[in-house]
Design a protein around this ligand. Structure first.
Ligand code: PRX
Length: 635
């Protein structure tokens, strides 16, 4: 029996048990049967959650692009690997076959080599959702360069801090990007960001919008002429299984974003295996994940997971509401999409629109619907299930994180009975644990607490770029010997998991992870601001919205508050990006603090949510008097 494709519930339990009892045999078999290795491993797994050190397939050698491209050339050479749907529906879609992908990846890899990029160098990719983005990831992987994709909605400051954190030598970007009716001056943002990045010696430019740009002689080059001249063959760099494949930044509760490091062998095995099972992908299906490749979902389930399976992966450049709210459904019909993977925030926004947007399109090709990024509420789940899936396409509510590399808790469609708002059962090989307030694991069902994972899995991030200590402190110190996720969870009477949300200071807005600390730092840079605190409040489309409490330096600040609000949001846009703008800003005379001076966000969160009855005892605060004032002026 092949372990690769789970077909019924009994088989799930059987394979799950094996994966937990004999993890090394289990993952060794999966890796052996389904991938191309230049050299087999000496040891499947060695691990220690104390130091922490995790190694999968140690001693093995491979190149992930041989697995994602070359090995498909014989039987799938003319099959579409990447199906590109542009922002503008009048522009033609592009079908890139595996053969064409091979040639384009090799050409770009050769261009990178000509620029002096070698194995282990870091390359920053700041591109819109166009084919060159996927090709750039693969070109880096081809030559063993470590890619660091920065979501092209981040600001110049956010870009430069990420470039500097990982010492990127080269940036791949474009003249601009399209988003619905707007075009965005990406090159301008890069120029601004690079003022602070002395280590970047070259910038490769993709022409997309044909906008006029400032060309920085000696640093900038158009990519296409270089590609035209480049050889269409490039021998893959042979990598160790534990060599880094990429760095991807994610927000933390405190401090700067963390550069999560994913390595080659385990990440490949895990993303490919989860892709195949969680979406029940079969040979001629068209798979569409609507995420941006700037996030982990795009890395794992637009690029690596699908391509490792020889799948057709659709990439969409645009937005769900351009030209109108039927755009997603029009694409499903046009390309006969079989698996559709999106975020609850998109589902909620689309569910609010007139039913005619969905009714006018044929959605019968859909077999599996996926959800990711935040808890899906009951109403959105039912709409997705009934209106889009016609109660025939199971919803896979997939819980996972940038750090986990791939899907961790999820139904397997047509195998696991679904239950609204529940991510249901651990994926094969995943051993979740729920911890109580005393830091002990709770056994049995009908329990809730904090979600941990107690055994390694191949896709997990191995460290934080050049900050292993922070990796240890963030994930392995709260509960010794366990990986702590930062999420809360409930386990029901049959062992299904429901994710209840973040238990730290990370707020998920429209499916984007945002740490409060960098937002507060940007607010505090405004010259009129003395201090601030940001909390999340429920929002019916975004899931959570940001509510800021801001104390000004001078009481009775004469400036008009609305202007100040605009300026504060402007600061945030400059430092992070528009996704982190505050929905509401309340000016306060002070922020509630403990006697040791720590801001009591718990109280502020309750006030912002208008849950005034449950503030608890505020008399022990350093400044209890501010609470009444804040309550009175809540927005
Ligand atoms: O809080 C969980 C939430 O998103 C967090 C991870 O965010 P990020 O690293 O950006 O990765 C998002 C895409 C994998 C988690 O800690 N989250 C993700 N998926 C779900 C979820 N919360 C509830 N249900 C989910 N299905």
């Amino acid at each position: 029996m092949s372990n690769y494709h789970i077909k019924h519930l009994e088989e799930y339990y059987q394979v799950y048990r094996k994966s937990v009892r004999e993890p090394e045999n289990f993952w060794g078999e999966v890796a052996e049967e389904h991938f191309l290795w230049r050299k087999k491993w000496d040891k499947v797994l060695s691990w220690n959650f104390k130091t922490p050190e995790i190694k999968w397939f140690e001693g093995a050698q491979l190149n992930i692009t041989e697995n994602c491209i070359d090995r498909h050339l014989l039987n799938r050479g003319d099959k579409t690997a990447i199906l590109f749907e542009p922002n503008n529906p009048d522009e033609e879609a592009e079908h890139i076959t595996y053969k064409q992908l091979h040639s384009r990846v090799c050409k770009m890899a050769n261009v990178l080599k000509d620029q002096g990029i070698k194995k282990g160098d870091r390359v920053c990719i700041y591109l819109p959702m166009i084919p060159e983005l996927s090709i750039a990831l693969l070109a880096c992987a081809r030559i063993g360069a470590i890619h660091s994709v920065v979501f092209a909605g981040f600001s110049a400051t956010a870009l430069s801090s990420r470039i500097n954190d990982s010492d990127c030598k080269l940036v791949i970007t474009s003249d601009g990007s399209y988003r619905g009716t707007k075009s965005i001056d990406l090159k301008g943002i890069v120029d601004e960001g690079l003022k602070d990045c002395p280590g970047v010696k070259s910038v490769l430019l993709v022409k997309r919008t044909h906008a006029e740009i400032n060309f920085h002689e000696g640093r900038d080059q158009w990519l296409q002429p270089l590609m035209d001249k480049a050889d269409s063959n490039c021998a893959p760099e042979i990598m160790d299984a534990e060599d880094p494949l990429f760095i991807l930044y994610t927000s933390g509760s405190t401090g700067n974003p963390k550069g999560m490091v994913h390595t080659t062998g385990g990440y490949m095995v895990y993303t490919a295996y989860t892709f195949k099972n969680v979406f029940q992908y079969t040979e001629n299906d068209v798979f569409w994940c609507t995420a941006d490749i700037g996030w982990i979902t795009g890395h794992s389930y637009i690029v690596y997971g699908p391509l490792a399976n020889g799948a057709t992966s659709l990439m969409f450049e645009g937005v769900p509401n351009y030209p109108d709210y039927s755009r997603f459904w029009q694409i499903v019909e046009k390309h006969k999409v079989n698996q559709f993977y999106t975020a609850p925030t998109a589902i909620r926004a689309l569910a609010k629109q007139n039913i005619s947007f969905t009714e006018k399109h044929d959605l019968t090709s859909l077999k599996v619907l996926g959800s990711v990024g935040e808890p899906i509420n009951e109403e959105a789940w039912h709409w997705y299930n009934d209106v889009i899936g016609k109660k025939k396409s199971p919803i896979v509510d997939t819980w996972w994180q940038t750090e986990t590399g791939g899907i961790m808790i999820t139904p397997i469609p047509f195998v696991t009975p679904t239950k609204p708002t529940f991510a249901t059962l651990p994926f094969i090989g995943i051993q979740p644990a729920i911890m109580d307030a005393n830091g002990q694991e709770v056994t049995g069902n009908q329990v809730d607490g904090r979600l941990c994972i107690k055994f390694p899995w191949p896709g997990m991030a191995r460290t934080i770029w050049r900050n292993h200590q922070r990796y240890k402190e963030t994930y392995f110190s709260t509960y010794p010997e366990y990986y702590f996720t930062g999420d809360g969870a409930f386990r029901d009477e049959v062992g299904y998991y429901r994710i209840t949300g973040r238990v730290d200071d990370v707020i998920i807005v429209s499916g984007h992870n945002l740490g409060t600390a960098p937002i507060e730092d940007s607010i505090n840079e405004h010259p009129a601001v003395s201090e601030s605190a940001v909390v999340g409040v429920p929002h019916d489309i975004k899931g959570s919205a940001l509510y800021g409490f801001v104390t000004l330096k001078e009481t009775g600040e004469s400036r008009i508050h609305d202007n100040l609000r605009k300026e504060i949001n402007q600061m945030i846009t400059e430092h992070i990006g528009p996704i982190a703008k505050l929905d509401k800003i309340q000016f306060t005379n002070g922020l509630p603090k403990t006697r040791s001076g720590k801001i009591m966000r718990r109280i502020l969160r309750k006030i912002a949510c208008r849950d005034m009855e449950n503030l608890g005892d505020t008399s022990t605060l350093l400044n209890p008097e501010v609470v009444d004032d804040i309550k009175k002026n809540v927005l």
